[in-house]
Design a protein around this ligand. Structure first.
Ligand SMILES: Nc1nc2c(ncn2[C@@H]2O[C@H](COP(=O)(O)OP(=O)(O)OP(=O)(O)O)[C@@H](O)[C@H]2O)c(=O)[nH]1
Ligand SMILES: [Mg+2]
Length: 406
């Protein structure tokens, strides 16, 4: 059992490094090439957020059932999807259009990969770094994402209006109509408020109102974080400052997907020791490296790690999950003295749950029966009893006590 899985979508202009980032996050083997529209069908895989594991503070060692733990860092799985690339005018059918974005309907947050070095044309053809403006690219592509959302909302709107007479709770009906987009009632309420449409009856909304609402809803329900890619190329630095000016520091993470992928692959072949997100790597045996591997590692060291601290890829995923989605980590256990499940596995699960999740809601995530028969929870650190409305805190370790099954 586990909490509802979070889905992270990778979007962006064609040929900016989306699949490279996807491969760097998941180590899945996917086609990567320096020309537009390499990816047609979506790629789905598992990436991992990184968090200090509570086993360190408890002076024990954990046995993760999913994900893994190295050197005191717990790597917790999240689902990632990489789709085809957009180009400006996609909503008007240019390139592959934007219909394929429907593959992202279930996404909770979008990572928007931008070529921060400006080394791809608006159509995704390779050009010399510094030729194009990434800020302009980012704005145009996000417009296309908004247009995709507008078209999806327009598609279902008429059906929603026709059904209005059947309900006393139009907000619930709207949320339900949009549930295929992973939209909840609170998203709908917030978007309506942001548009100032609270007092207007739904069937009086103009097409401009619907459009405004769709765009706000995109911001609320599919927030975007920018992966400013190709930091190894020199025009990136200046452009990243400009991206930050427009989108805000929180929303822009400098990355080199290529460097992270190379380091992870080298670590997998035991050529280096590298923990994702760390500022350095260690060469296992220098004599085993080919000349080009040595050159590649030197390049990463000089152009990425020395200059930027890390490749940025782990920071990007962590920020998407912990800062944008506002998730926290909780560790459910069955034995609150030993922090184990009934097999004796220590801290077997690390759940990513929304901030504000209650003890009883956690019980439901573990098992419906446990939620139904919930009595109280126990804070394993202190032995303290927690009521059903207790709001879980980051890194809580909890046991759920329920009515014993007959
Ligand atoms: N210099 C540099 N090149 C990169 C980086 N990340 C990706 N690339 C290159 O960018 C090109 C495109 O990479 P892909 O991952 O196929 O791009 P994509 O966005 O998935 O492209 P489509 O699927 O065709 O839309 C490849 O030549 C990559 O090697 C990076 O961090 N630095
Ligand atoms: Mg691709």
């Amino acid at each position: 059992m586990s909490p509802p899985e979070k889905l992270i979508g990778i979007i962006g202009k064609t040929n900016v490094g989306k699949s490279t980032l996807f491969a760097a996050l998941t180590l899945a083997s996917v086609p990567i090439a320096n020309h537009p529209f390499t990816t047609i069908k979506p790629n789905i895989g598992i990436g991992y957020v990184k968090k200090k594991c509570v086993h360190v503070e408890l002076g024990t060692r954990c046995n993760p059932r999913t994900g893994y733990c190295i050197k005191g860092y717990r790597f917790i799985p999240v689902k990632i999807i990489d789709v085809a690339g957009l180009i400006p005018g996609a909503s008007k059918g240019r390139g592959l259009g934007n219909k394929f974005m429907d593959d992202l309907r279930q996404a909770d947050v979008l990572i928007h990969v931008v070529d921060a070095a400006g080394s791809t044309s608006p159509e995704g053809n390779p050009v010399a770094p510094g030729t194009y403006d990434p800020v302009e690219e980012a704005i145009l592509i996000q417009k296309e994402v908004d247009e995709w959302f507008v078209s999806v909302i327009n598609r279902v709107w008429e059906r929603f209006i026709k059904k209005l007479y059947t309900t006393k709770n139009p907000l619930d009906l709207l949320a339900q109509t949009l549930s295929g987009l992973s939209i909840k009632k609170n998203h709908v309420v917030e978007a309506i408020r942001k548009c100032g449409l609270e007092d207007k009856k739904f069937n009086a909304w103009s097409s401009e109102d619907i459009r405004k609402f769709a765009i706000q809803l995109r911001h609320v329900a599919k927030p975007i974080i920018i992966a400013a890619n190709k930091i190894d190329l020199s025009p990136a630095e200046h452009n990243i400052d400009r991206l930050i000016d427009v989108f805000g520091k929180e929303k822009v993470v400098p990355v080199s997907a290529l460097a992270e992928l190379a380091l992870k692959k080298a670590a997998l072949s035991n050529l280096i020791e590298y923990i994702p997100g760390e500022p350095s790597f260690k060469i296992s045996d220098y004599t085993k490296l080919t000349a080009s591997q040595k050159r590649g590692l030197k390049y990463i060291e000089n152009k990425v790690l020395a200059k930027w601290g890390t490749t940025g890829v782990q920071e990007l995923l962590n920020r998407a999950v912990f800062n944008i989605l506002n998730l926290i980590v909780v560790y459910p256990v069955e034995d609150h003295h030993r922090y184990t499940d009934h097999h004796g596995n220590v801290l077997p699960d690390a759940y990513l749950v929304p901030k504000g999740t209650t003890a009883r809601e956690l019980a439901y995530m573990i098992h419906t029966d446990l939620g139904r028969t919930f009595l109280y929870a126990i804070n394993a650190r202190t032995g303290e009893r927690l009521g059903e409305n207790y709001e879980l805190q980051d890194n809580d370790i909890v046991k759920i006590v329920a009515v014993a099954a007959h």
